[in-house]
Design a protein around this ligand. Sequence first.
Ligand code: NAP
Length: 250
Amino acid sequence: MIALHGRTALVTGGSRGIGRAVVVMLARAGADVAFGYRSRAAEAEAVADEVTALGRRALALAGDLADPSAAERMAAGVAKAFGRLDIFVANAGIWPPDEVPIGRLTPERWRATMAANLDAIYHSTRAALGLMGPGGRIVLVSSTAGQRGEAGHADYAATKGAVIALTKSLAVEYAPDILVNCVAPGWVDTEMSASAFGGSEKARIAGTIPLRRIPSAEEIAGPIVFLCSDLASHVTGEVLNVNGGSVLCG
Ligand code: NAP
């Protein structure tokens, strides 16, 4: 049902976790896929090999997207390799694991989270839009933290709430040509959240989720790829909750 043959895609943070699962799923659906990563070249190379083995073109592009010139270089690499861009998934992000109330949250941590989770989306989305035209799809990755807040992680929650506001703004700005949606996962089994899953914590957290388990990265990638597909041709400005029922909103 989902066929993306002949389409080109760019996924930020594609070297591991949710981004990696999206890259591979898009390639399985037929797309040529470029992806960004910050520093882990070996992981990125392995993902590129996986895409190539599926018979699709792959392109791994290193750079810290908090830097506007890195975002421009990423887009230039896509333009050179693919000529145009049909699908953009802004997935890269960080979750500083230390739980700190805002009174003790340092300006350095605040700025670092804003840079990685919000400035990076601004820079990379602007750069990607320069390669996109009618029929394009953008999916921004938010979090339940952006919907209900996250005590001890106000910086992270603020960036993820902003991603939802950006989604709705861009959906109208770029209608009817480009559909812009958002996916908001709850807890996901990736390296990002591993530090929170020590001891019996993983089982305890799973118990708070109505579906009673922590999903895999692939279970978040599926809804993202759906929003990139023709099955979602009349969906824009939407926040798709992928949280096992833990936050019922919207
Ligand atoms: P992850 O496993 O930690 O992977 C993060 C990816 O983003 C990596 O590819 C990393 O590159 C890249 N990255 C991070 N900062 C970057 C920067 N400044 N510039 C360029 N690339 C950067 O994360 P994940 O769990 O898959 O999370 C993906 C998205 O889902 C994030 O936006 C996150 O906030 C959101 N999310 C995750 C969860 C969860 O429980 N995991 C829940 C809700 C929402 P390197 O490998 O080179 O470092």
